[in-house]
Design a binder for this molecule. Structure first.
Ligand code: DSN
Length: 482
């Protein structure tokens, strides 16, 4: 091919890989292999996406070499002129994008963002009043005895969050996570009939348990949350409302979730990842319209974070700039329309959907309607070229390992340009695979929860159909074969 007809993206990745090859050829091989894999599978993992080449390239450079603890203009290291500029740019873009007064772009992931938020709330609501009542300005000024009292007070705080089997997240106060070791937590679930949030039940729990923090947000619930109602509940018990919008940040940025369903105007503090529906680099952010919290949020590093990753903050700035465009709004709208089309396609082919449908980017299928566990469905679909993850459904009898559901998300396939007709084809691939899958029988004569038999013909046909869909909607066409 003539050098002039090769795209800049193609040259950038190709030259970059040649350079890596010079130091460790295996890494270049694995990077190429990963692209090959991603191009050969239908990705329906609800928490994944494909970032633009500009976002990916913004991460691979010398910003990675710089230490920059602190905040723009207030660093613990010299030489931060351009890190300051890029961090400020990322914050300004995010403030405009989300209509937030304060944004912190340093968290490296969602768990980090949540830790920053928890500690900001604890600092503002527990530490500051304690210091004031002890006529101290800083924790270092406290006596050992007073410090011990304050530490005990941190450990006595309560929070409520959505239960894991209803679609909540481990970082919302569950015991295996540090948030559950830090807070005394109680969960709210969903109504057993509708499988939707029951705001009266949440209010009752809040009134009974009197939490300091109410966390709203989910990683596997296919419906919108009314954040205005959640704020009313929080105010009625003097709790702070924290919203983790990691999964649906792209729908907030793309103005699909507005009014009562946009968390920014209603929550005291909002956290997110940047790589899911938002289509940015792997990372986190914290946002707030509460001026009392801003200074505490900015202390995230070194409070709970290692030094900020300037290369990732650069990529966040690129992603936020992209998300401010009209084309991102159309993308976000299409993500939701595609999820609806996928849901309808599965339901009309006999699949049971948790809550009966979706109004966000994800669909939760109860695969007991196909006589399978989530683990069997996940593996059978992978064999057929479809990548999903198994997931608990509300009141799941199969526990968190085998599960009874699969979670499907449309952000990634929408990024490659797939539409509602494609989603109907995918629903057919999914349902025909699941119908052609049967649990194996164990040596003791019981139905296995993990092993299964899948018809070779269906497996092979569906792999071909996946390949055709991917050929029509190629991943990173501008990158070629680097
Ligand atoms: N791993 C993300 C998800 O799949 O939802 C959240 O931790």
């Amino acid at each position: 091919m003539d050098e002039k007809t090769i795209s800049s993206e193609s040259k950038a990745f190709s030259y970059g890989l040649n350079v890596i090859e010079g130091s460790e050829p295996l890494v270049a091989e694995y990077i190429r292999g990963e692209l090959g894999n991603q191009r050969s599978q239908l990705k329906l993992i609800a928490s994944e996406n494909y970032a633009s080449p500009a976002v990916l390239l913004a991460m691979g450079n010398w910003f990675s070499d710089k230490y920059a603890e602190g905040t723009p203009g207030h660093r613990f290291y010299a030489g931060c002129e351009f890190v300051d500029k890029v961090e400020t740019l990322a914050c300004e873009h995010a403030k405009e994008l989300f209509g937030a007064h304060h944004v912190y772009v340093q968290p490296h992931s969602g768990i980090d963002a949540n830790l920053v938020a928890f500690w900001s709330l604890l600092a503002y609501r527990v530490e500051v009043p304690f210091l004031e009542s002890h006529a101290s300005k800083h924790v270092n000024d406290l006596t050992d005895e007073d410090w011990a009292t304050l530490r005990k007070a941190f450990g006595e705080q309560r929070m409520i969050g959505m239960s894991l089997d209803a679609g909540g997240h481990l970082t919302h106060g569950f015991r295996p996570n540090i948030s559950g070791k830090l807070f005394d937590q109680r969960s709210y679930g969903v109504d057993s009939e509708t499988e939707r949030l029951d705001y009266d039940a949440i209010r009752n729990l809040a009134e009974e348990f009197r939490p300091l923090v109410i966390v709203a947000g989910y990683s596997a619930h296919p419906r919108k949350v009314n954040f205005a109602k959640m704020r009313e509940i929080a105010d009625s018990v003097d709790a702070s409302l924290m919203v983790d919008m990691a999964h649906f940040a792209g729908l907030v940025a793309g103005k699909v979730f507005t009014g009562d369903f946009d968390p920014i105007p209603h929550a005291h503090i909002v956290t997110s990842t940047t790589h899911k529906s938002l289509r940015g680099p792997r990372g986190g952010i914290v946002l707030s319209n509460d001026s009392d919290l801003a200074e505490h949020i900015d202390k995230g590093c070194p409070m709970v974070l290692g030094g900020p990753l300037a290369n990732v903050m650069a990529a966040k700035a690129v992603a936020f700039a992209e998300a401010k465009t009209e084309s991102f709004r159309s993308y976000a709208q299409q993500v939701v329309e595609n999820a609806n089309a996928l849901a309808e396609g599965i339901e009309k082919r006999g699949g049971r959907l948790v809550t009966g449908g979706t109004d966000n980017h994800l669909v939760l299928v109860d695969v007991r309607s196909f006589g399978l566990t989530g683990r069997q469905a996940e593996s059978a679909l992978e064999d057929s070229g479809v990548i999903v993850n198994r997931n608990s459904v509300p009141f799941d009898p199969n526990g968190a390992w085998y599960t009874s559901g699969i979670r499907l998300g449309t952000p990634a396939l929408t990024s490659v340009g797939m539409d509602c007709d494609d989603m109907d084809d995918i629903a057919e691939i999914i349902c025909s695979t699941l119908e052609a899958t049967e649990p194996s029988t164990t040596t003791s004569g019981e139905l296995s929860k993990a092993k299964f038999n899948l018809s070779d013909v269906i497996r092979s046909d569906n792999r071909t159909r996946c390949a055709e869909l991917l050929d029509q909607n190629p991943l990173y066409p501008e990158v070629g074969m680097p």
